[in-house]
Design a protein around this ligand. Structure first.
Ligand code: ADP
Length: 289
């Protein structure tokens, strides 16, 4: 049985420049996201991440290859308007700029916009709006104007608007990159909670490696190709490879890597601060004895 929610196989995509010359951006990309997984696509600016998100959202069409979402081949020529409608409900998208995603002047009306468009009954909409705002910790701002909110709060309202459509999967396309550290933390907490508690499949596209530490899997894209696809511990333990393609690693991983390079014996798969502190503490104890 195939338990993938998203399946991308040998996808190539090029933009055409003003002289009609094709510029290849995605070069034979393949990956899968299983139902219920929290997957991060990591890559520096210009590596092709947003182009990938636009292909999943049917804004762009690949030159070749196949993309299946929720059992529907979205690259098939036979795809119908009903299929597109169904895909857009089942796979929600949250983008970089929260201001571009807000459509109403009151938070609760903004969250109701999606289900209203789906033809959901008013009593059911009320329930969905209340639940969605509670999910992202924004209930108290229900009657506020989005313009009074911080970037992180606006982004959580945008997420509530998606949740209210009851999607199976949400794709976050650099959804944290315009936020301050506290807004970023709140949005990341909301994303992780949706995955762990609601079982919503998450594809989080980011250039910020610290947001990949708690993922089930990290797919690293470089120059339009998948160059790593593994659990975070294994991806981040290959510090040399990540440096080679211009990506950082979590600070604690970098510290342990440098200590190892200077001959100190430490494990190479440390990606969170608690683990790092524990490894250093047990090393100090060993030295004391
Ligand atoms: P990322 O999201 O990783 O920053 P993008 O998918 O936005 O990468 O861009 C990948 C490459 O495609 C970049 O070199 C970018 O300049 C180019 N690109 C993106 N959008 C367009 C466009 N509309 N027309 C031409 N080139 C584009």
């Amino acid at each position: 049985m195939n338990d993938s929610f998203i399946s991308v196989k040998n996808v190539c995509f090029s933009y055409t420049d003003e002289n009609n010359i094709k510029i290849p951006v995605l070069k034979n990309i393949s990956f899968d996201v299983k139902k219920g997984e929290f997957v991060v696509i990591l890559g520096h600016n210009g590596s092709g991440k947003s182009t990938m998100a636009k292909l999943l959202n049917l804004v762009l069409t690949p030159d070749s290859g196949r993309i299946v979402v929720g059992g529907i081949d979205i690259t098939s020529e036979k795809i119908t308007d009903d299929d597109v409608f169904s895909i857009r409900q089942r796979i929600g998208m949250v983008f970089q700029n929260p201001d571009n995603q807000i459509v109403s002047s009151i938070v609760e009306e903004d969250v109701a916009f999606g289900p209203e468009n789906l033809g959901v009954l008013p009593t059911e909409i009320r329930k969905r709006v209340d639940n969605a705002l509670a999910e992202v910790g924004m209930t108290e701002f229900m009657k506020h104007s989005p313009s009074q909110l911080s970037g992180g709060q606006k982004q959580r309202v945008a997420i509530a608007g998606i949740i209210a459509m009851l999607p199976e999967c949400i794709v976050f396309d650099e959804a944290t990159s315009m936020l301050d550290p506290s807004g970023r933390r709140d949005v990341m907490n909301a994303i992780e909670k949706l995955n762990k508690e609601k079982g919503i499949t998450i594809l989080h596209i980011t250039h910020n490696m610290s947001e990949a530490v708690n993922a089930d899997r990290v797919i690293v894209i470089n120059d339009g190709q998948v160059c790593m696809d593994d659990v975070p511990k294994r991806v981040f333990s290959d510090v040399a490879k990540l440096h080679e393609i211009g990506l950082d690693v979590p600070q604690v991983t970098e510290l342990i890597y440098e200590l190892k390079n200077s001959g100190i014996e430490l494990p190479c798969d440390i990606i969170d601060i608690d683990e790092g502190a524990e490894a250093l503490a047990s090393l100090l104890k060993k030295w004391e004895n």
